[in-house]
Design a protein around this ligand. Structure first.
Ligand code: HAM
Length: 457
């Protein structure tokens, strides 16, 4: 057996239902806020992330799956979606196609990180981006939408954390203030922090090393060094968030691990997740579009780790039970059973059937394992009478039903009616059965009934 690569994982039946539920909620929320879906390639030029995510970030320095392809081009599996979204925005002049460029994407990302609970080397993100709107009302809407998403997923212990990291005007002053405040204590920082102090002092706030914490806690706050426009932007954002009833906490340590942020940064953290507790994170990046060769357009967005959302979500309903399992004995009955399965499926029902020439007992055991609502039995007796024995599993009741009435009967079953509406318009073929005939009338089932065993195989 060749096992999966460390830090990657299969999402199996039983677990996939939670993913599908999360994805459905994600799509609904995105649609309600006016976002349109886009899909970009998982492989891009390495340069896009070196320039976009930033040369000084851990992602670019240590975590990218970057390599030379067979044509000699430097490429990478995307570690995040924002630079790709910016590239697509510029490359396809999306602002000419969409009234407001609000786009979202769902898909896998790749980072060579040390795997642990909630942290993987291939993981999935919902990425949400808006281009061309610099106003603080959008910052508040984006944060409120992120909170609404977490809420809609039923995650009730989440906390919204907010900060402002200023802009190209005021950040250099803040960086100088950080270095001045560090003074001689810079020598006591860990190796990573000393390196960070040299290239981008804001990164020091990301440090998790215990011995650095007292030093980092005593550092000045970015919000005290904002220029006037950045300060009013932050005040307008927080004022609208309050008006929108979003609970949030301002944390001066929230600088985020990517280079492109300007002004608003935010995260939503989930209490039950352990060390990797960021459900989602994002912020404004007003210089990035131009930096990547596009027009001077503002940008803001966030990305949510789908694994973490799925982990934090409460348990939901299990997979939907099939409407029917068809059991058939003998070649002729089997052929008829397959036609019946086709007809029921075309009428919108979920139908399973056994394959090969297995005993009635073995087929009934399998039917039982599937928790199908009905078991439909087609033996020689039924075939001779152009009928099917329909066993309603919840009540245990059995009826002999005319072949051409089975579709009508099962689609009218209230349990089936709870399911999505059957696809209309597809012809339901029952051309192997005569019109009228004995099957038209409901009759008692033939006597030789086998009980459906209780024990699963
Ligand atoms: P990020 O903070 O690097 O931001 O990632 C966003 C989210 O992706 C995290 O909060 C976390 O839930 C999830 N995540 C990140 N790395 C991993 C991992 N190794 N395993 C599992 N989940 C992970 C960004 O990616 C930015 N592009 C967000 C953004 C969009 N900013 C503006 N627009």
């Amino acid at each position: 057996m060749i096992p999966a690569i460390r830090g990657t994982h299969d999402i199996l039946p039983g677990e996939i239902e939670r993913w599908q539920r999360a994805e459905q909620v994600v799509r609904d929320v995105c649609e309600r806020y006016g976002y349109r879906e886009i899909r970009t390639p998982v492989i891009e030029r390495e340069e896009l992330f070196a320039k976009g995510t930033g040369e000084t970030t851990d992602i670019v320095q240590k975590e990218m799956y970057a390599f030379e392809d067979k044509g000699g081009e430097r490429v990478t599996l995307r570690p995040e979606a924002t630079p790709s979204m910016v590239r697509a925005f510029v490359e396809h002049a999306l602002e000419q196609r969409l009234p407001t460029v609000k786009i979202f994407s769902l898909g896998p990302m790749f980072r060579y990180e040390r795997p642990q609970k909630g942290r993987y080397r291939q993981f999935h993100q919902l990425d949400v981006e808006v281009f061309g709107v610099a106003d603080a009302t959008l910052d508040a809407e984006v944060v409120e939408m992120a909170a609404a998403l977490v809420d809609a997923l039923g995650i009730d212990d989440a906390e919204v954390v907010l900060n402002s990291v200023g802009c190209a005007e005021c950040r250099p002053g803040f960086s100088r203030a950080l270095l001045a405040a560090l003074g001689d204590r810079a020598a006591d920082l860990c190796g990573d922090c000393r390196r960070r102090a040299a290239v981008n002092p804001l990164r020091i706030f990301d440090c998790k090393v215990p011995s650095c914490q007292p030093i980092v806690d005593a550092l000045p706050h970015a919000t005290d060094y904002l220029c006037d426009p950045c300060r009013s932007h932050f005040e307008a954002t927080t004022a609208l968030l309050k008006a929108l009833d979003v609970d949030f906490r301002v944390s001066h340590r929230l600088v985020r691990g990517l280079d492109y942020y300007t002004r608003t940064t935010f995260e939503i953290r989930g209490g039950r997740l352990g060390a990797q507790n960021a459900l989602l994170g994002g912020g404004r990046y007003d210089g990035l579009v131009r930096q990547l060769g596009g027009p001077d357009r503002a940008g803001i967005g966030f990305a949510a780790g789908m694994e973490r959302l799925v982990l934090a979500m409460p348990e939901g309903p299990g997979p939907r039970a099939p409407d029917a399992f068809i059991v058939a004995l003998g070649d002729a009955a089997r052929q008829s059973a397959h036609r019946l399965a086709r007809d029921l499926r075309r009428a919108g029902l979920t139908v399973l059937i056994d394959y090969g020439d297995r005993s009635m007992k073995a087929q009934l055991r399998r039917a039982n394992r599937t928790s199908a609502r009905h078991v439909l039995i087609l033996g020689e007796d039924e075939l001779a009478r152009a009928s099917v024995t329909v066993k309603h599993m919840a009540s245990g009741g059995e009826t002999l039903v005319g072949r051409q009435d089975v579709v009508r009967m099962l689609t009218a079953d209230p349990a089936s009616a709870e399911q999505p509406a059957p696809k209309r318009g597809l012809s339901v073929l029952a051309d192997d059965e005569p019109e009228g005939g004995p099957g038209d009338v409901e009759q008692p089932a033939p006597k030789r009934r086998l009980r459906v065993p209780d024990t699963a195989v």
